[in-house]
Design a protein around this ligand. Structure first.
Ligand code: TXA
Ligand code: MG
Length: 318
């Protein structure tokens, strides 16, 4: 079983040995390994049971690491970094050969992120290596936002979980690429909202055409093992309460609900709080004795867009 601790030196030792370990970030926990060692990276895929066509994000602590790893970075790339990094934004860059093909699933671009979590930054500085890290969950399952989520899901497959507390943001980073000048494509909706990007004068194009779809952006993703249905909570409760043991997730406290829900994403209706609690609540619902999870969508603004995206994918079965 994995040791759960806060010893950054021990974490660094495992990384240097080529063994993946779990690390905290401000979005979700990652399963990290030296991005420059293909055998270490391949262990990540094995542990997660992740298909090799789904590429990994490379984590850095400083923009001066970029020169060795990426080619033809434009001034717009550096502008995005200046505006949003460290933070929940992942940016695609043309890669140099030093990045092994296994990291990018053979694609010419590498996804780069500067996490804003003090322990992650300290570890990145100590190992002084780029770390490839997908979310530390089995493929298609709910992402982990606490060390105990990782321990439950992958504890028998990794030696160490660096415990940095509950993730502040709670949903994955937004992924963007630069199209030209001030135009960017938003490939994955996450911790930085479209509005925040637009506020900095970026024209944000949504990646909904199939050719712009990211590898690995499967419809079914972030799923609990139990069946989950997303819709109008009162109607769903009425329809299913007789045949099922239901566990319910409401967005906020209000008087429209005809029953008392088991969980509120945020009693006061705060989307940031809702994002930070979403995956933990899904984990708790999955561990409950209910056989059906019902949930409602949240307002489709700012982080609500990413929350609704995760709920919709959680509902989808392959
Ligand atoms: O917040 C996050 O981004 C977290 C933390 C740990 O940093 N990481 C994360 O990684 O969510 P993961 O592996 O669960 O999702 C990475 C996704 C891939 O599924 C793929 O869609 C996209 O990022 N991606 C990664 N590298 C890419 C590349 N070279 N080209 C296109 N898409 C890429
Ligand atoms: Mg993931």
């Amino acid at each position: 079983m994995a040791v759960v601790g806060n010893d950054i030196e021990e974490a660094a030792e495992w990384i240097k040995k080529g063994i993946p370990i779990a690390i905290p970030t401000e979005t979700v926990y990652g399963l990290a390994a030296n991005a420059l060692r293909p055998e270490a990276v391949s262990k990540i895929f094995e542990i997660k049971n992740r298909p090799f066509f789904d590429p990994l994000i490379v984590h850095l602590h400083h923009a001066n690491q970029l020169e060795k790893l990426v080619s033809s970075a434009k001034k717009e790339h550096f502008l995005l970094i200046e505006q949003f990094c460290p933070g929940p934004l992942t940016i695609l860059f043309p890669k140099k050969d030093i990045i092994p093909a296994i990291v990018t699933s053979g694609l010419p671009d590498v996804a780069i992120r500067f996490p804003a979590h003090a322990m992650a930054i300290e570890l990145l500085k100590l190992v002084d290596l780029p770390l490839a890290a997908p979310s530390a969950n089995p493929f298609t399952y709910i992402s982990p936002t606490q060390a105990n989520h990782v321990a439950k899901q992958l504890g028998d497959k990794i030696p160490y979980i660096l415990d940095g507390g509950a993730c502040e943001i709670g949903i994955e980073s937004s992924i963007v690429s630069i199209l030209n000048d001030r135009q960017i494509i938003l490939h994955r909706k996450g911790g930085i909202s479209k509005e925040e990007l637009e506020k900095q004068n970026w024209e944000v194009l949504e990646a909904n055409s199939p050719e712009k779809k990211l590898p690995g952006s499967h419809l079914q993703h972030y799923s609990p093992r139990k069946k989950i249905i997303v819709g109008d909570l009162n109607a769903l409760y009425l329809e299913y309460k007789l045949q099922h043991k239901i566990v319910s997730i409401a967005f906020e406290k209000n008087d429209k609900l005809n029953f008392v829900p088991d969980f509120y994403l945020s009693q006061k209706g705060d989307l940031n709080q809702a994002a930070s609690r979403l995956f933990d609540i899904l984990h708790q619902c999955d561990a409950s004795d209910a056989d059906l999870i019902i949930a409602e969508k949240v307002p489709q603004t700012s982080l609500g867009v990413a929350i609704n995206d995760r709920l919709q994918r959680a509902e989808q079965k392959a």
